[in-house]
Design a protein around this ligand. Structure first.
Ligand code: AMP
Ligand code: MG
Length: 412
């Protein structure tokens, strides 16, 4: 069959069709659990300095470093304790030379004090249980340099400096930084919304008991998972019978509410190819690859639509080869790099079609990891695919590959 389309050509055509999806709108999400996993759309700057004010890094005594310069275990310096500063609202009185104030971690350091002596380096040893009026004096047994254990304003981040970079995939530690800066909302990319439409009169939903000739819908849940893993979201998931009018209505409805419509099934050479029948305006072609040869691309209701074949292995391979990186890129995520590997055994392959075989890493002590074929080439072999780590990419021209041959793999 000379009219098969090359895999790279189809990849390029899909990329062109979906190029507008890369222009993501931005939305503001409250700082908290709702931002988890979202991708920051812009650099975010600190509205003010962090720390906000000069504060103590230790529980101890705020002093002038010069006053305790001679202090050592054998020659302590004793100072009057003139106050007590907790991490609490308020501003402490300035510190007079030759005095000390008891101070807690995070409490504002009084003007005039330029160092904090940790409680362990004094005759108090610890403050445990010693709330209330502090003792009248403190004997300091170790000197401290100017600035020691004093956190300067802006030493974490200066006012106006970038605190979170565009492209960050937000996690709890990013929430901590935003919240500490008093930022209440973060600008994140609106994920691509995908409609997943499984076709097949034989399909039943996960919670139903299949009757004769019926099977559970594997593609709906699997593609929903794949879409989510690629940083997009599923706006709609439906399963429709092989009736062109019903499929047409479902696809138009999907197009009205989502950025991209994804179908499975009904695109090969059988007698009941419902997606082909329902979408006369879409291009259906045979791509020179296995599995995943029959593919469709075009528009429905003005939205891009990709039609994947129905066999669950074909649908997953189609997603990995044609869509995964485009969705990731649109969502601000890096592509999944293909990985070079060395074949563990021989592979035979029909000429003229790129094979994407299921492969598993083989680790042996002292040797570089190699990749072995797992299961057969059948595109219905879902359990075999579940045992795979990668797709092994066998070039269209290859008919046999020897053990030790170098191949490219697509991580699953
Ligand atoms: P089709 O491309 O519609 O001819 O489907 C090819 C094969 O994949 C048939 O054996 C279908 O029963 C099967 N199939 C199609 N869609 C699904 C699905 N969503 N889940 C599981 N198997 C499917
Ligand atoms: Mg079908």
């Amino acid at each position: 069959m000379g009219d098969r389309v090359d895999v790279e050509q189809h990849r390029a055509d899909v990329a062109e069709l979906l190029a507008p999806l890369a222009e993501r709108p931005v939305e503001e999400v409250p700082v908290g659990p709702d931002v988890l996993g979202r991708v920051l759309a812009q650099d975010v700057t600190a509205p003010g300095a962090l720390p906000r004010f000069r504060n103590s890094q230790m529980d101890g005594f705020a002093v002038r470093a010069a006053d305790v310069a001679p202090a050592a275990p054998g020659t302590p310096v004793t100072l009057p304790v003139v106050g007590d500063v907790a991490a609490a609202p308020g501003e402490p009185e300035p510190l007079e030379p030759g005095t000390a104030v008891r101070i807690m971690t995070g409490a504002p350091v009084p003007d005039g004090a330029d160092a904090v002596v940790p409680v362990e380096d004094t005759d108090h040893h610890t403050f445990n249980g010693a709330a209330g009026t502090p003792a009248a004096t403190v004997a300091v047994t170790r000197s401290r340099a100017v600035g020691e254990f004093v956190r300067e304003p802006g030493s974490d981040v200066a006012a106006g400096a970038v605190v979170l970079r565009a492209g960050t995939v937000l996690a709890p530690h990013h929430v901590a930084a935003a919240a500490a800066c008093g930022i209440t909302r973060l600008p994140v990319l609106v994920p691509v919304s995908v409609a997943v439409v499984s076709t097949g009169s034989e399909l039943v939903p996960p919670d139903a008991e299949p009757g004769p000739g019926q099977i559970w819908d594997a593609n709906g849940p699997a593609l929903e998972a794949a879409v989510r893993a690629a940083g997009a979201r599923v706006g709609l998931r439906v399963s429709v019978p092989d009736e062109p009018e019903i499929v047409r209505v479902a696809l138009e409805r999907a197009a009205a509410s989502c950025d991209l419509v994804l179908t499975t099934g009904g695109v090969s050479q059988g007698a009941y190819e419902v997606v082909k029948d329902a979408l006369p305006e879409v291009t259906f072609r045979s791509v020179a690859m296995q599995p995943g040869g029959p593919q469709g691309l075009g528009r429905v209701g003005g939205r891009p639509v990709l039609a994947f074949p129905g066999n669950p292995v074909s649908a997953q391979v189609s997603f990995v080869v044609f869509l995964r990186d485009l969705l990731r890129r649109a969502g601000g995520l890096p592509p999944v790099d293909r990985v070079p590997a060395v074949l563990d055994g021989a592979v035979g392959s029909p000429a003229g079609r790129r094979q994407l075989l299921r492969g598993r890493w083989v680790h042996e002590t002292g040797a570089a990891p190699r990749v072995a074929v797992v299961g057969g080439p059948g595109s219905h072999l879902v359990a075999s695919m579940a045992a795979a780590d990668v797709l092994i990419d066998v070039p269209a021209a290859a008919t046999t590959l020897d053990p030790g041959a170098e191949v490219t793999t697509w991580p699953l």
